[in-house]
Every structure is written in structure tokens, then in C-alpha cells.
Design a binder for this molecule. Structure first.
Ligand SMILES: *Cc1c(COP(=O)(O)O)cnc(C)c1O
Length: 236
């Protein structure tokens, strides 16, 4: 099997999983966007996915984003990783969505970068789900994001910032937690945010291991890596 055949087969399976999850949740298929997370894989894979109809791709490191995105300017690029403020300009140059806004100081840096690039950047607030019945709360291990109580302040800052558009929330289910519980908690956080900011209607949640639970609890954007591209090297 060629790599293109492999990617085609993976994509078919992923699309089927999403469709089934939408049916089970009583949701329309077009409420959920697939974001292919292509980290550690070559730009030839990105190109192949684009040829198969994938429109949205994401990276978690600025270095990889700036290496791949210029070759595929026709795609919507998402940034989903921990972001250092000093990398904001480069990320904004290539990505139209940043899923991982997790502190006030980053809002300022992104706003400056968006103004300098004369772009509008959709920002999602990364929310920590450690409070929703996870093992993380006990171990102190974190997968990033702000506590639910800190979402309103960060949201107000993004909404008021030049060049930024408040887009919604993003989360990674805590290790060792029941994804159902975590994503139900995220849904509540998202609903509260939306009551203040009606346009902030994205919920970025669900990865290869838990996309069904995320779709059940309202995910609008699922971020899939391994299911599409295969196992990553340990560094990924
Ligand atoms: C790598 C990554 C994903 C994709 O995870 P898979 O388990 O490979 O589907 C999703 N979101 C973020 C933030 C990631 O870093």
C-alpha cells in the first residue's frame, strides 16, 4: 500500500467514526470539523490529506508550523500547542486559529502580532479539565489550560483586543480521567462563555482516543493525529 492509500483508508475510517458519533449524539455531521494534527509528519502527508479533501490542519510547534504552512497556503492552519509569547508573530503569520490561549500576557502578544500582520486571529481559550473528576487533580499533573473560574477574565481580554476574535474553548482530556465527565464539564464552561460572548461558539475537543465522547458533549472541532497519520515517534 502506498502512503496515499494508507492515508485515504485512515481518513475514511475517521470520517465514519465522526459520522457515527454525530448520529449517536443526534447532531448534524456538518456541526463537526476535522482538524488533522500533522505534527512530526512530513509536508507531503499534509499535501496528500489536502488532496483527499481535508481543509484544516494543525501543528503544536511553531518550528513545524513555519516549515510546513508556506507549502500549503490553501489550507486553514491551526496552532494547538503551548505558545511562547515571542513566537506569536510567526504563529500568527501562518495560522488563522490559535487553540491554546492560556494566559493574559499571551493575549497582548497575539494582539500585537495580529495587528502587525494585519490579520484577524480566532483565539480559543484552553481550559484545564483537571477539576472534572480526574486523576490529574490528585497527582498535580496538568495538560495545560486555565481553570474554569479564570475563563471570563481571559475571554474579556481577548474580546477587547485588536486583531483577535474570541472563538470559544479548547481542552485536552486529563490523563486517567473519564473523558465523558471531562467533556461534560467543558460543555458547561463553553455554555457559560457563550452566554456572555455569543460568537464564541467553538468547542475544540476530542483526539484519536476520545473523539466520540467529545462529539457527544458538543465538540465542534476534533483534533486528530494518530488516527489519520499513524503512530508518532516518541518526541511527538
Ligand atoms: C497531538 C495533539 C492532538 C492529536 O492527538 P492524537 O491522539 O494523535 O489524535 C490533539 N491536540 C493536541 C493539542 C495535540 O498536541
Amino acid at each position: 500500500m502506498t502512503r496515499a492509500d494508507e492515508l485515504r483508508a485512515n481518513l475514511e475510517q475517521v470520517r465514519e467514526r465522526i459520522e457515527k458519533a454525530c448520529q449517536a449524539a443526534g447532531r448534524a455531521r456538518d456541526e463537526v470539523t476535522l482538524v488533522a494534527i500533522t505534527k512530526t509528519f512530513p509536508v507531503s502527508d499534509v499535501r496528500a490529506l489536502a488532496d483527499l479533501g481535508v481543509t484544516d490542519v494543525g501543528e503544536n510547534r511553531e518550528q513545524e508550523l513555519k516549515e510546513k504552512a508556506p507549502d500549503c497556503p490553501d489550507l486553514n492552519w491551526h496552532f494547538v500547542g503551548q505558545l511562547q509569547s515571542k513566537k506569536s508573530r510567526s504563529v500568527v503569520r501562518y495560522a488563522s486559529v490559535v487553540h491554546s490561549v492560556d494566559r493574559l500576557s499571551l493575549v497582548g502578544a497575539l494582539s500585537k502580532a495580529a495587528s502587525a500582520e494585519q490579520k484577524s486571529v480566532r483565539c480559543l481559550i484552553q481550559v484545564s479539565l483537571a477539576a472534572f473528576g480526574s486523576a490529574d487533580a490528585a497527582t498535580g499533573a496538568s495538560r495545560g489550560g486555565v481553570a474554569p473560574a479564570d475563563v471570563p477574565e481571559l475571554a474579556a481580554a481577548i474580546a477587547a483586543a485588536d486583531g483577535l476574535e474570541l472563538g470559544g474553548v479548547m481542552a485536552v482530556a486529563p490523563l486517567g480521567a473519564e473523558p465523558e465527565k471531562a467533556f461534560a464539564g467543558l460543555h458547561d464552561v463553553a455554555s457559560r462563555l457563550r452566554s456572555e460572548h455569543p460568537g464564541a461558539d467553538w468547542i475544540s475537543a476530542g483526539m484519536t482516543g476520545d473523539l466520540e465522547a467529545a462529539i457527544k458533549h458538543g465538540a465542534t472541532h476534533v483534533r486528530l493525529g494518530r488516527a489519520l497519520l499513524g503512530t508518532r515517534s516518541p518526541l511527538g
